[in-house]
Design a protein around this ligand. Sequence first.
Ligand code: ADP
Ligand code: ASP
Ligand code: MG
Length: 874
Amino acid sequence: MSAVSPTQDAAAGGWIVLKFGGTSVSRRHRWDNIGKLAQKRADEIGGRVLVVVSALSGVTNELTAIADGADDSRQRFEALQRRHHEFLAELGLDADPVVGVHLASLRGLLDDPRAATRSLDWQAEVLAHGELLSSTLGAAYLRAQGLDFGWMDARQWLHALPPQPNQSPWSQRLSVNCRWQGDDDWRSRFAEQPTRMLLTQGFICRHGDGGTAVLGRGGSDTSAAYFGALLGARRVEIWTDVPGMFSANPREVPDARLLSRLGYAEAQEITTTGAKVLHPRSIKPCRDSGVPMAVLDTENPDMYGTVIDRSAATVPGVKAISRRNGVVLVSVEDIGMWQQVGYLADVFELFRKHALSVDLIGTSQTNVTVSLDPSENLLSQDVLSALAADLEKIGRVKVIVPCAAITLVGRGMRSLLHMLPEVFSNFGHERVHMISQSSNDLNLTFVIDEADAEGLLPQLHAALIDSGAMPAQETEVFGPRWREINGAVRPRPEPWWRGERERLLQLARSGTPRYVYHLPTVRARARQLKAVAAVDHRYYAIKANPHPAILRTLVEEGFGLECVSLGELRHVFATLPQLDPQRVLFTPSFAPHAEYQQAFALGVTVTVDNVEALQRWPDTFRGRSLWLRIDLGHGDGHHEKVNTGGKEAKFGLPAARVDEFMDVARTLGVIVTGVHAHLGSGVETAGHWRLMCDELAGFARRIGTVATLDIGGGLPIPYSADDEPFDLDAWAAGLAEVRQVHPAFALAIEPGRFLVAEAGVLLAAATQVVEKDGVHRVGLDAGMNALLRPALYDAWHDIVNLQRLDEAEDGMFDVVGPICESSDIFGRRRRLPAATTPGDTMLVADAGAYGHAMASTYNLRALPDEDVLDGAAD
Ligand code: ADP
Ligand code: ASP
Ligand code: MG
């Protein structure tokens, strides 16, 4: 143990405050971690440590039920007693001497006369027992481990502020604020406590009347912050069950990003708008007294963490999306008083009367709508009814409950609006009751029905990243994804072009822009699909990349070819004259009549997707066998422009017209031997194909002559570091199951992108490097004429400076093309070597699908050349 007195320690190294939440104190090994961490911090700073703890997880919920007068309060008490006894046994301690007093006093409260009226002071005392128990058993355990720990009652040190004007009695007792402005006398008395490390309760404090008060649910964080501010601590560390604050609740959004560093203002906004990881009131004391905060994971003490302090970089953009449930909307519809001076004052006076603190406000000429946050108010039915009765005197009242408030938080929200269309379109299916934008330009909130918010956050989070509104590439702020931290991410394979750099640079010397295709990668992808046993027939959708070498490679690998135009059919037979037409599909959309005639003449399998074609050209179809493309009524895909199902899509016969189609087919002697659906490209949900198979099998049975179910393509590839490789195993397993359910039918697929996207790169030369108003741009000699996907779909392609592949990517550039269109941008805010210079060879990755195939000579720029690399074939 240290030879210096605790007071000298404090003077030398100061204090550090560590707060451990409910899950962090509920297991023995976590207490071992707490002990180790406290000792380590004390040693690191050469000072003293205050540990603040919550109740064991779930205990405050039980105590709340008891405080609320639950009928089974006694059983709940018994269960709590058992739980603490069991935990003490796990800790190897005798229960009675350690927690006997607190359990007895909790039991005493059940028989207390105040229990009948459930007075607020009695409720506070009941609630305080969770922390009293956990801190007592923790201190006993740590001392038993030989650590220099003292226990203290937080109520001696934290004092509730006197009631504020208009504060409800509920919040004056059960959601209080404490004094935290520094006071030398307080500090020196505190430092006189004899042990180097101290353990105390979060959540509880002394009320002005000498009784107990509590800080509101989750308030232990704020206790730690108060102590941090009062002590002028070096740091307040919040230890919990996640390795930091994330861009969304990671349990709801597994792709949420760790926020490595935040300023106080953004952290405040994220917590206020729903991120439970920190109590919203914990930021201000630290902010005002300049104490840095950290959020860390008790189970993984060395992992990441979020630092909140003054020196965080100010990066514009959305940092987080959060959600609050249980929000109440109250709307007051004008009954002709709007023009009168003081109308709004009258409305808000009534909220004050009922001691309700208003959160969001929306007004129109005839309506005032406000939201009430359940964490700041006691929103009981009684309170709301009384409020509504009073408001009725002013206007027609509507109370909408329960609502969810979904908030985007980040600096400069107003200048991000143009990036949010995808976010807005996600709300397209919900009824948005209210949109509110904060005057501090830090948040944008949507209030919708709570039920509609279910499952919405992962989609919104993805849309924020895709649109660039959440600048996840900014490494000063954003860290890894939650899933990645948990090892649940399949890494992207190392791209082939890294190993072919020299050959690529040499090819670039013979002229840029040029596409280069790597046949070994095409073969590898083909073989991955061949290994999926449930699939009987594989076709390559040649529209993705009709380069002859690729067609030959895939035909050699056993793939058939799928064409969508007569041009493609001709190209296929010109490239592969010996190809059996049976291995070719023709699946056009709105093709001219002659293309069907010629396709039949070539002997390929024709797919039709409407009744009108049969009716208009009966002679072309009479007596033919063909496949039918059905629109299953729903679509999917990486962008709305590639969603090919549903009413808005031009593809496919609506399911409701299949019988009509079959009637016409029968009169023409047409035999339908295959049914086909393709709902979109870049679909990431493996369950999607299973469902599709089931639906198609249903139609196949009804039709009677079908042998093949064609489930199209749409397999995605991981374009960005944020994407994972498609889970082929899960996909294969799903298909195997569904194949067993429908053994009568063969299964066909027709992927394009999956086979060729990663095999192709676009090489371009940097033309100019220009700075304008702080934005640095690298121009390439390839633009949307050479690769349309970024302009058309906002698609992401990785871009590297191939010349300087080994240099640090220490610059930030927009990468643009030479076309006179403002959408001629390959990527914004991309990391590239700062030394990037005109003449450097740049590489745009994953351009093998829909790259050259969609290229044009717009602006009369020549089409890029194409090369093929083979060689290292396995
Ligand atoms: P403790 O018991 O340690 O106080 P809490 O349950 O109060 O822990 O807070 C931690 C939890 O907060 C996490 O397990 C997580 O589910 C939730 N949470 C909500 N939003 C976020 C966010 N943006 N970042 C991290 N965690 C969040
Ligand atoms: N035990 C209290 C609660 O759950 C306080 C806390 O854990 O922060 O609300
Ligand atoms: Mg908490």
